[in-house]
Design a protein around this ligand. Structure first.
Ligand code: PLP
Length: 365
Protein backbone atom coordinates (compact mmCIF):
# COMPACT_ATOMS: atom_id res chain seq x y z
CA UNK A 1 0.00 0.00 0.00
CA UNK A 2 1.36 3.40 -0.94
CA UNK A 3 0.26 5.75 1.79
CA UNK A 4 -1.17 9.14 0.98
CA UNK A 5 0.77 10.71 3.83
CA UNK A 6 2.77 8.65 6.33
CA UNK A 7 2.63 10.87 9.42
CA UNK A 8 4.33 8.26 11.58
CA UNK A 9 7.30 8.18 9.23
CA UNK A 10 7.38 11.97 8.98
CA UNK A 11 7.59 12.40 12.75
CA UNK A 12 9.75 9.36 13.43
CA UNK A 13 12.69 11.34 12.08
CA UNK A 14 12.48 13.55 15.18
CA UNK A 15 11.60 11.01 17.89
CA UNK A 16 14.83 11.43 19.85
CA UNK A 17 14.58 15.22 19.81
CA UNK A 18 10.85 15.14 20.63
CA UNK A 19 11.54 12.89 23.62
CA UNK A 20 14.23 15.23 24.90
CA UNK A 21 11.90 18.23 24.46
CA UNK A 22 9.09 16.39 26.26
CA UNK A 23 11.39 15.45 29.15
CA UNK A 24 12.48 19.05 29.45
CA UNK A 25 8.85 20.19 29.48
CA UNK A 26 8.01 17.69 32.21
CA UNK A 27 10.90 18.99 34.24
CA UNK A 28 10.00 22.65 33.80
CA UNK A 29 6.22 22.20 34.08
CA UNK A 30 5.50 25.53 32.41
CA UNK A 31 2.68 24.62 30.05
CA UNK A 32 1.19 27.84 28.66
CA UNK A 33 2.89 30.86 27.02
CA UNK A 34 6.41 30.12 28.13
CA UNK A 35 9.78 30.23 26.50
CA UNK A 36 9.09 27.57 23.84
CA UNK A 37 6.24 29.65 22.40
CA UNK A 38 8.37 32.80 22.44
CA UNK A 39 11.25 30.94 20.82
CA UNK A 40 9.00 29.57 18.10
CA UNK A 41 7.32 32.94 17.48
CA UNK A 42 10.73 34.56 17.01
CA UNK A 43 12.03 31.73 14.85
CA UNK A 44 8.95 31.62 12.62
CA UNK A 45 8.79 35.41 12.20
CA UNK A 46 12.45 35.29 11.24
CA UNK A 47 11.79 32.42 8.83
CA UNK A 48 8.91 34.26 7.13
CA UNK A 49 10.79 37.56 7.14
CA UNK A 50 8.14 39.36 9.21
CA UNK A 51 8.56 41.45 12.32
CA UNK A 52 5.95 39.59 14.34
CA UNK A 53 4.54 36.12 14.82
CA UNK A 54 1.79 35.28 17.30
CA UNK A 55 1.09 31.64 18.15
CA UNK A 56 -2.58 30.60 18.23
CA UNK A 57 -4.52 27.41 19.00
CA UNK A 58 -5.10 26.52 15.34
CA UNK A 59 -5.31 27.92 11.81
CA UNK A 60 -9.00 28.81 11.92
CA UNK A 61 -8.40 30.93 15.01
CA UNK A 62 -5.38 32.57 13.40
CA UNK A 63 -7.61 33.75 10.51
CA UNK A 64 -10.45 34.76 12.83
CA UNK A 65 -8.13 36.68 15.17
CA UNK A 66 -6.69 38.68 12.27
CA UNK A 67 -10.20 39.81 11.31
CA UNK A 68 -11.23 40.40 14.95
CA UNK A 69 -7.99 42.29 15.47
CA UNK A 70 -8.79 44.65 12.61
CA UNK A 71 -12.32 45.12 14.01
CA UNK A 72 -10.80 45.94 17.39
CA UNK A 73 -8.50 48.49 15.73
CA UNK A 74 -11.47 50.10 13.97
CA UNK A 75 -10.26 49.14 10.49
CA UNK A 76 -13.21 46.82 9.87
CA UNK A 77 -16.77 46.77 11.13
CA UNK A 78 -19.58 44.26 11.32
CA UNK A 79 -21.12 43.59 7.93
CA UNK A 80 -18.05 44.50 5.90
CA UNK A 81 -17.52 42.12 3.01
CA UNK A 82 -14.54 39.84 2.56
CA UNK A 83 -13.44 38.14 -0.64
CA UNK A 84 -12.66 34.42 -0.28
CA UNK A 85 -11.89 31.87 -2.99
CA UNK A 86 -15.00 29.74 -3.55
CA UNK A 87 -12.92 26.54 -3.75
CA UNK A 88 -11.06 26.93 -0.46
CA UNK A 89 -11.17 24.74 2.65
CA UNK A 90 -14.20 25.79 4.71
CA UNK A 91 -12.06 27.32 7.50
CA UNK A 92 -11.37 30.41 5.37
CA UNK A 93 -15.09 31.08 5.08
CA UNK A 94 -15.86 30.25 8.72
CA UNK A 95 -13.32 32.79 9.97
CA UNK A 96 -15.19 35.54 8.10
CA UNK A 97 -18.53 34.46 9.56
CA UNK A 98 -17.15 34.07 13.10
CA UNK A 99 -15.80 37.63 12.87
CA UNK A 100 -19.29 38.92 11.97
CA UNK A 101 -18.27 39.78 8.41
CA UNK A 102 -19.75 38.64 5.10
CA UNK A 103 -17.97 36.28 2.71
CA UNK A 104 -18.02 37.01 -1.02
CA UNK A 105 -17.23 33.83 -2.94
CA UNK A 106 -14.96 34.36 -5.93
CA UNK A 107 -14.21 31.73 -8.54
CA UNK A 108 -10.61 30.61 -8.95
CA UNK A 109 -8.49 30.48 -12.06
CA UNK A 110 -9.09 26.93 -13.30
CA UNK A 111 -5.37 26.42 -14.06
CA UNK A 112 -3.87 27.53 -10.73
CA UNK A 113 -6.94 26.94 -8.50
CA UNK A 114 -6.10 30.30 -6.91
CA UNK A 115 -8.00 33.63 -6.95
CA UNK A 116 -7.75 35.48 -10.24
CA UNK A 117 -7.65 39.27 -10.38
CA UNK A 118 -10.06 39.12 -13.31
CA UNK A 119 -12.73 37.40 -11.20
CA UNK A 120 -12.14 39.73 -8.26
CA UNK A 121 -12.62 42.78 -10.47
CA UNK A 122 -15.88 41.38 -11.86
CA UNK A 123 -17.42 41.18 -8.40
CA UNK A 124 -15.78 44.12 -6.69
CA UNK A 125 -18.07 46.57 -4.85
CA UNK A 126 -17.24 49.34 -2.39
CA UNK A 127 -18.62 47.19 0.47
CA UNK A 128 -15.66 44.85 0.07
CA UNK A 129 -12.91 45.73 2.55
CA UNK A 130 -10.72 42.63 2.62
CA UNK A 131 -9.30 40.01 0.28
CA UNK A 132 -8.25 36.71 1.78
CA UNK A 133 -6.01 34.97 -0.71
CA UNK A 134 -5.45 31.29 -0.08
CA UNK A 135 -2.22 29.76 -1.40
CA UNK A 136 -4.16 26.63 -2.24
CA UNK A 137 -2.37 23.25 -2.41
CA UNK A 138 0.88 25.07 -1.58
CA UNK A 139 1.09 27.37 -4.59
CA UNK A 140 1.38 31.11 -4.06
CA UNK A 141 -1.64 33.05 -5.33
CA UNK A 142 -1.37 35.88 -7.89
CA UNK A 143 0.12 38.14 -5.20
CA UNK A 144 1.61 40.84 -7.38
CA UNK A 145 -1.61 41.72 -9.19
CA UNK A 146 -3.92 41.19 -6.25
CA UNK A 147 -1.82 43.29 -3.88
CA UNK A 148 -1.68 46.09 -6.44
CA UNK A 149 -5.47 45.94 -6.71
CA UNK A 150 -5.82 45.90 -2.91
CA UNK A 151 -3.53 48.93 -2.62
CA UNK A 152 -5.47 50.89 -5.24
CA UNK A 153 -8.81 50.18 -3.57
CA UNK A 154 -7.60 50.51 0.00
CA UNK A 155 -8.40 46.89 0.87
CA UNK A 156 -6.77 44.81 3.55
CA UNK A 157 -4.98 41.82 2.08
CA UNK A 158 -4.74 38.65 4.18
CA UNK A 159 -3.02 35.38 3.33
CA UNK A 160 -4.45 32.03 4.31
CA UNK A 161 -1.06 30.30 4.24
CA UNK A 162 -2.23 27.12 6.00
CA UNK A 163 -1.06 25.03 3.03
CA UNK A 164 1.99 27.01 2.00
CA UNK A 165 4.59 27.29 4.76
CA UNK A 166 7.88 28.25 3.15
CA UNK A 167 6.69 28.92 -0.40
CA UNK A 168 8.69 31.77 -1.97
CA UNK A 169 7.75 34.40 -4.52
CA UNK A 170 10.14 36.94 -6.00
CA UNK A 171 9.20 39.38 -3.23
CA UNK A 172 9.43 37.02 -0.28
CA UNK A 173 8.00 34.09 1.59
CA UNK A 174 4.37 33.39 2.42
CA UNK A 175 3.45 35.12 5.65
CA UNK A 176 5.18 38.26 4.40
CA UNK A 177 3.17 38.93 1.22
CA UNK A 178 0.21 40.78 2.73
CA UNK A 179 -0.96 42.80 5.74
CA UNK A 180 -1.25 39.65 7.84
CA UNK A 181 -1.10 35.91 7.29
CA UNK A 182 -2.58 32.87 9.02
CA UNK A 183 -0.81 29.52 9.32
CA UNK A 184 -2.03 26.16 10.58
CA UNK A 185 0.22 23.53 12.16
CA UNK A 186 -2.39 20.78 11.93
CA UNK A 187 -0.40 17.51 11.80
CA UNK A 188 -0.76 16.96 8.04
CA UNK A 189 0.44 20.44 7.02
CA UNK A 190 3.92 21.04 5.60
CA UNK A 191 4.93 22.22 9.06
CA UNK A 192 2.78 20.09 11.36
CA UNK A 193 2.64 19.79 15.14
CA UNK A 194 1.65 16.68 17.08
CA UNK A 195 -1.77 18.18 17.66
CA UNK A 196 -3.41 21.50 16.83
CA UNK A 197 -1.53 24.76 16.44
CA UNK A 198 -1.54 27.95 14.39
CA UNK A 199 0.08 31.35 14.02
CA UNK A 200 -0.36 34.84 12.62
CA UNK A 201 2.52 36.69 10.99
CA UNK A 202 2.50 40.41 10.29
CA UNK A 203 4.63 43.56 10.13
CA UNK A 204 1.86 45.65 11.71
CA UNK A 205 2.75 46.39 15.32
CA UNK A 206 -0.76 47.51 16.29
CA UNK A 207 -2.26 44.31 14.90
CA UNK A 208 0.40 42.30 16.71
CA UNK A 209 -0.57 43.97 19.99
CA UNK A 210 -4.28 43.44 19.36
CA UNK A 211 -3.94 39.73 18.54
CA UNK A 212 -1.66 39.13 21.55
CA UNK A 213 -4.44 40.54 23.73
CA UNK A 214 -7.27 38.77 21.91
CA UNK A 215 -5.68 35.31 22.07
CA UNK A 216 -5.23 35.54 25.84
CA UNK A 217 -8.53 36.74 27.38
CA UNK A 218 -7.83 40.32 26.37
CA UNK A 219 -5.14 40.43 28.97
CA UNK A 220 -1.47 41.27 29.00
CA UNK A 221 -1.16 41.04 32.72
CA UNK A 222 -2.84 38.17 34.54
CA UNK A 223 -6.39 38.98 35.76
CA UNK A 224 -6.32 42.39 34.11
CA UNK A 225 -8.65 42.16 31.09
CA UNK A 226 -8.53 45.13 28.74
CA UNK A 227 -10.76 43.85 25.93
CA UNK A 228 -13.23 41.01 25.33
CA UNK A 229 -10.81 38.30 24.34
CA UNK A 230 -10.61 34.60 23.56
CA UNK A 231 -8.52 31.70 24.66
CA UNK A 232 -6.49 30.72 21.62
CA UNK A 233 -2.88 30.05 22.47
CA UNK A 234 -0.27 27.80 20.94
CA UNK A 235 0.69 25.15 23.53
CA UNK A 236 4.22 25.13 24.93
CA UNK A 237 4.64 21.45 24.14
CA UNK A 238 3.54 21.94 20.52
CA UNK A 239 5.85 24.95 20.19
CA UNK A 240 8.75 22.81 21.42
CA UNK A 241 8.01 20.23 18.69
CA UNK A 242 7.59 22.94 16.04
CA UNK A 243 10.96 24.45 16.99
CA UNK A 244 12.51 21.10 16.15
CA UNK A 245 10.60 20.58 12.90
CA UNK A 246 11.12 24.11 11.54
CA UNK A 247 14.76 23.24 10.80
CA UNK A 248 13.77 20.70 8.13
CA UNK A 249 10.89 22.64 6.55
CA UNK A 250 13.00 23.86 3.60
CA UNK A 251 14.49 20.46 2.82
CA UNK A 252 11.05 18.82 3.21
CA UNK A 253 9.56 21.31 0.76
CA UNK A 254 12.45 20.70 -1.62
CA UNK A 255 11.74 16.97 -1.52
CA UNK A 256 8.04 17.60 -2.19
CA UNK A 257 8.98 19.73 -5.23
CA UNK A 258 11.33 17.05 -6.46
CA UNK A 259 8.59 14.41 -6.28
CA UNK A 260 6.17 16.77 -8.02
CA UNK A 261 8.66 17.37 -10.84
CA UNK A 262 9.17 13.63 -11.20
CA UNK A 263 5.40 13.11 -11.45
CA UNK A 264 5.08 15.94 -13.97
CA UNK A 265 7.90 14.58 -16.13
CA UNK A 266 6.83 10.95 -15.98
CA UNK A 267 3.06 10.72 -15.80
CA UNK A 268 1.96 10.61 -19.40
CA UNK A 269 -1.69 9.75 -19.76
CA UNK A 270 -4.23 11.82 -21.67
CA UNK A 271 -6.92 10.80 -19.17
CA UNK A 272 -5.06 12.54 -16.34
CA UNK A 273 -4.71 16.33 -16.27
CA UNK A 274 -1.60 17.35 -14.33
CA UNK A 275 -1.22 20.53 -12.27
CA UNK A 276 0.44 23.72 -13.51
CA UNK A 277 3.86 24.37 -12.04
CA UNK A 278 6.59 26.74 -13.22
CA UNK A 279 9.44 24.87 -11.51
CA UNK A 280 10.16 27.65 -9.01
CA UNK A 281 9.97 27.74 -5.23
CA UNK A 282 6.52 29.36 -5.42
CA UNK A 283 4.96 25.94 -4.75
CA UNK A 284 5.47 23.64 -1.77
CA UNK A 285 3.05 20.92 -2.90
CA UNK A 286 0.96 20.46 0.20
CA UNK A 287 -1.13 18.48 -2.29
CA UNK A 288 -0.47 17.14 -5.78
CA UNK A 289 -3.87 17.53 -7.41
CA UNK A 290 -4.82 16.04 -10.77
CA UNK A 291 -8.11 16.15 -12.66
CA UNK A 292 -9.95 13.28 -14.33
CA UNK A 293 -13.28 13.00 -16.15
CA UNK A 294 -14.49 9.92 -14.31
CA UNK A 295 -13.27 10.24 -10.73
CA UNK A 296 -15.33 7.32 -9.40
CA UNK A 297 -13.68 5.00 -11.91
CA UNK A 298 -10.19 6.45 -11.36
CA UNK A 299 -10.36 6.26 -7.56
CA UNK A 300 -11.55 2.67 -7.72
CA UNK A 301 -8.61 1.90 -9.99
CA UNK A 302 -6.23 3.49 -7.44
CA UNK A 303 -7.84 1.43 -4.65
CA UNK A 304 -7.35 -1.75 -6.66
CA UNK A 305 -3.71 -0.82 -7.20
CA UNK A 306 -3.04 0.04 -3.55
CA UNK A 307 -2.43 3.76 -4.07
CA UNK A 308 -4.05 5.91 -1.41
CA UNK A 309 -5.77 9.14 -2.48
CA UNK A 310 -7.77 12.00 -1.03
CA UNK A 311 -9.99 14.79 -2.39
CA UNK A 312 -9.19 18.39 -1.44
CA UNK A 313 -12.21 18.89 -1.20
CA UNK A 314 -15.23 16.83 -2.23
CA UNK A 315 -17.88 19.49 -1.47
CA UNK A 316 -17.28 23.24 -1.94
CA UNK A 317 -18.10 25.47 1.07
CA UNK A 318 -21.20 27.05 -0.53
CA UNK A 319 -22.70 23.57 -0.99
CA UNK A 320 -22.16 22.54 2.62
CA UNK A 321 -25.26 22.27 4.78
CA UNK A 322 -23.64 24.62 7.30
CA UNK A 323 -23.58 27.36 4.66
CA UNK A 324 -26.97 26.73 3.11
CA UNK A 325 -27.68 30.47 2.79
CA UNK A 326 -25.01 30.55 0.05
CA UNK A 327 -26.19 27.43 -1.80
CA UNK A 328 -27.97 29.48 -4.47
CA UNK A 329 -24.69 30.96 -5.71
CA UNK A 330 -23.72 30.21 -9.26
CA UNK A 331 -20.10 29.05 -9.17
CA UNK A 332 -19.64 26.71 -12.13
CA UNK A 333 -15.81 26.69 -12.19
CA UNK A 334 -15.65 25.76 -8.51
CA UNK A 335 -18.30 23.07 -8.87
CA UNK A 336 -16.59 21.60 -11.90
CA UNK A 337 -13.23 21.51 -10.10
CA UNK A 338 -14.76 19.80 -7.09
CA UNK A 339 -16.16 17.04 -9.30
CA UNK A 340 -12.87 16.35 -11.11
CA UNK A 341 -10.00 16.77 -8.63
CA UNK A 342 -8.16 14.03 -6.79
CA UNK A 343 -4.92 14.25 -4.79
CA UNK A 344 -2.06 11.77 -5.21
CA UNK A 345 0.45 10.68 -2.53
CA UNK A 346 3.19 13.21 -1.87
CA UNK A 347 5.29 13.76 1.23
CA UNK A 348 8.91 14.42 2.21
CA UNK A 349 9.36 10.82 3.40
CA UNK A 350 7.96 9.11 0.32
CA UNK A 351 10.56 6.77 -1.18
CA UNK A 352 11.72 6.95 -4.80
CA UNK A 353 10.38 3.46 -5.23
CA UNK A 354 6.89 4.52 -4.14
CA UNK A 355 7.06 7.52 -6.47
CA UNK A 356 7.95 5.22 -9.38
CA UNK A 357 5.14 2.84 -8.43
CA UNK A 358 2.58 5.63 -8.47
CA UNK A 359 3.84 6.72 -11.89
CA UNK A 360 3.55 3.17 -13.25
CA UNK A 361 0.05 2.74 -11.91
CA UNK A 362 -1.05 6.06 -13.39
CA UNK A 363 0.50 5.43 -16.77
CA UNK A 364 -1.34 2.11 -17.01
CA UNK A 365 -4.74 3.66 -16.30
C1 PLP B 1 -5.89 23.54 7.40
C2 PLP B 1 -6.45 24.77 6.85
C3 PLP B 1 -7.03 25.78 7.66
C4 PLP B 1 -7.36 25.60 9.10
O1 PLP B 1 -6.39 25.14 9.94
P1 PLP B 1 -6.76 24.40 11.31
O2 PLP B 1 -5.46 24.43 12.05
O3 PLP B 1 -7.24 23.04 10.98
O4 PLP B 1 -7.81 25.21 12.01
C5 PLP B 1 -7.40 26.96 7.07
N1 PLP B 1 -7.27 27.16 5.76
C6 PLP B 1 -6.77 26.22 4.93
C7 PLP B 1 -6.63 26.53 3.48
C8 PLP B 1 -6.35 25.00 5.46
O5 PLP B 1 -5.86 24.06 4.62
Amino acid sequence: MIKFLDLHKINQRFHTEFEAAFKQSLKESHYILGKNVTKFENAFANYCGTQYCIGTANGLDALTLILKGYIHLGKLEKGDKVIVPANTFIATVLSVIHAGLEPVFIEPNSQTYNLSLENIKQHYTSKIKVVIMVHLYGQIADVENISEFARQNNLLLIEDAAQAHGAESVTGRTGNLSNAAAFSFYPSKNLGALGDGGAVTTNDSTLNDAIRLLRNYGSKEKYNNQIVGFNSRLDEIQASFLNIKLSTLDSDNQRRRHIAKTYLDSIINHKIQLPNYNGSKNHVFYAFVVEVDDRADFSKYLDNNAVEWLIHYPIPPHKQRALVSFSHLNLPITEKIHKRIISLPISPVMSNEDVQNVIQVLNKY
